[in-house]
Design a protein around this ligand. Sequence first.
Ligand SMILES: Nc1ncnc2c1ncn2[C@@H]1O[C@H](COP(=O)(O)OP(=O)(O)OP(=O)(O)O)[C@@H](O)[C@H]1O
Ligand SMILES: O=P(O)(O)O[C@H]1[C@H](O)[C@@H](O)[C@H](OP(=O)(O)O)[C@@H](OP(=O)(O)O)[C@H]1O
Ligand SMILES: [Mg+2]
Ligand SMILES: [Mg+2]
Length: 317
Amino acid sequence: MSKFESEVAEGERYRVGYALQTKKVESFLQPSLLDYANQHAIDLVQIDPSSPLEQQAPFHCIIHKLHTPQWNKHLQQFSATHPDTAIIDPPELVSRLHDRVSMLEAVTHLQISLQNATVGVPNQVVVNEPKAPDFDKIEQLGLRFPAIAKPLAADGGDGSHEMCLVFDREGLNALSAPTVLQEFVNHGGVLFKIYVAGRRVKCVKRKSLGDISEERLRTLKGEVLPFSRVSNLGVEEEGDAVEKAEMPPQCLVDELAKALREALGLNLFNVDVIRDSKEPTRYLVIDINYFPGYAKLPSYEPFITDFLLDTVRTKTN
Ligand SMILES: Nc1ncnc2c1ncn2[C@@H]1O[C@H](COP(=O)(O)OP(=O)(O)OP(=O)(O)O)[C@@H](O)[C@H]1O
Ligand SMILES: O=P(O)(O)O[C@H]1[C@H](O)[C@@H](O)[C@H](OP(=O)(O)O)[C@@H](OP(=O)(O)O)[C@H]1O
Ligand SMILES: [Mg+2]
Ligand SMILES: [Mg+2]
């Protein structure tokens, strides 16, 4: 029996509704998850987000990754009259992750320091208009190049993953606002993704952007290098650096997941963390994603099912 496997009380079954975009249904609702959940008393039921939820009820729990006004309205009306249905997660809390500034604010308030390791965020500044006053603000705040220009909105919309590396002030002219300019931190080309589903936590390694040497920096002056979805390059393509990289201490992973879960009030998210090459006890959170690609995790079926069982049992007890 897997260590995730939970006991099922005889005869009890739970209806969990999901409201997701088609591509997310295809990646998340693998037959292996449907089967595993089914064997553990969970029936995963697809919700039609355009119809009132009342007509599709009952639900012990609703999981979702949609944020149209119509969907938010249906959800809000339903939860007001059905307080026993767990809403994973409330839209007003999820929306905090749709902005690359508010997403990292929660991290700056955390006080985590375990085994000499610290957790912070890279220096960053919002550029609202790619014009001279904003450039002065960047310098006043002491932001150093190279930097990554990230779209302020992280809502899964068009272009929300399109970024570029900027090597000096001159490169700022090419930016389209609003942009978050975040210091690039050399981290050995390895990213740690911490997946959270309630109290369940799993950390995996992924390929990331490689280090930028001083020499390379000199040759790149004035350039702007666009890139997109680096960490999605795929598990198989990972190079030696990823294989060899040491994982962060498990206590740090657990503590960060728990602290962020409490600070954000969310259950389903992952956290992208890098380790500063110059100072290997310094960990930096660079991104937090709502309802990420759990199916990329080995054994995601028990991971998700056990979270759902935790949720429905807490609500029904
Ligand atoms: N401050 C940084 N220093 C160094 N590398 C970074 C930094 N921020 C981002 N990166 C690199 O750029 C990649 C994309 O950045 P980020 O994770 O913010 O984008 P995203 O599109 O939101 O990613 P996801 O697909 O995880 O949602 C990261 O996976 C990492 O490789
Ligand atoms: O499509 P949007 O709403 O932007 O969200 C993405 C997240 O930003 C990514 O972090 C997810 O990939 P990872 O699970 O590898 O982080 C990615 O996972 P997926 O592509 O496997 O669904 C998405 O959840
Ligand atoms: Mg990321
Ligand atoms: Mg992201």
